[in-house]
Design a protein around this ligand. Sequence first.
Ligand SMILES: [Fe+2]
Ligand SMILES: [Fe+2]
Length: 270
Amino acid sequence: MIELTTLKILIENTKPADSPLICEHGLSFFIETEHTKFIFDCGHTGAAFLNAKTLGVDLSEINFVALSHSHYDHAGGFPKLLDFAPIKKVFTGENFWEEKFSNEIYRGCGFDKNFLTARGIEQEICHDVLKIDENSWLVGNFKRRYDFETIPTKFLRGEKKIPDDFSDEIILVLREGDGLAIVTACAHPGILNIIADVREKFSLPIYSVVGGFHLAGASQERIDKTLAELKNFGVKKILPCHCSGENFINNFSKKISTGSVIKIFSGGLS
Ligand SMILES: [Fe+2]
Ligand SMILES: [Fe+2]
């Protein structure tokens, strides 16, 4: 099978020891499907886009971006992307502009809706499932089915600094043939809640799940329950990074980091 979808990690928390690339606490993917090319998340500082050049990604061909949520490590690098790419549209979830805090400290993206408006950039909001092209969708509005997938109380949002339920977070679903791949950024709503919704909404087997699983600091009990349920779901390829935590990542032999080029629908990882 010739795989038509490619994922490149432009930036992530780690990098191979001999790599000339920059790494940082953040996440940014370049996605190429049969029909389109785009960026999913922008990392923190914009260093992802310096890496793009080294990785042979031509950003001048990119005219839209999807931002999973407005935490600094996923959306903070967006203004820098405008130096490289003619961005016309930004996809987000609902309530993207509500400010984010962690332990009362601002952890938001550092720009607001006026920043887009002033530059003539359109915002399109994914309320539930939003089709990007024939084989790509953004998905949000996740049901909370697993009571052990709790959100740390340090995460707050909005003027009133209420507990953040991450109702704004969106993920990416890609399809090739009869299989799906899920690309997740931070998985604050819970990785199992996310996968369960994708199974319900798309009724196709999930071949792979790639990205941040937000299990750093999670109890061993939660990690074990998560691993067991992933097995039940029949996901063949699990490639955690970013906020997934070493205790979780170490359960998998294939490791991904800044610069990884991932074939999400076949065995390859280079
Ligand atoms: Fe986050
Ligand atoms: Fe994150």
